[in-house]
Design a protein around this ligand. Sequence first.
Ligand SMILES: [Fe+2]
Length: 119
Amino acid sequence: MKPALLTKSQTFTSLARVILSRCSIAALTELISFLSTHFQHEETIMASKGFGSGAAAGISGPLESHKADHKRILDFANDQRRQALANGTELVHRNCASKIAELFVFHANEFDARFEGRL
Ligand SMILES: [Fe+2]
């Protein structure tokens, strides 16, 4: 059975593919697709189980914060892809993989870890 949340090993496996392919646009596009699908899956499960839906007036709840962090990662990755395409190069910026890794590790530790074993 597939785990509900992205595990650290899955994250690093995905990142390794990007890094090993020198952060090519093709690898980054594949990673963005994987992450988009996985994040949507996570968000659907969390919402269906009622996790993090307790927002106070004017303050977003844990689910909305979690979704915002997913979006932050995807926005960065998509921006890198757009910039590379605009520059007409096959490679995204050389610091792309390390920055995405940093965002993933932060997300796994600060967001996914809170739901581990609870969904
Ligand atoms: Fe997440």
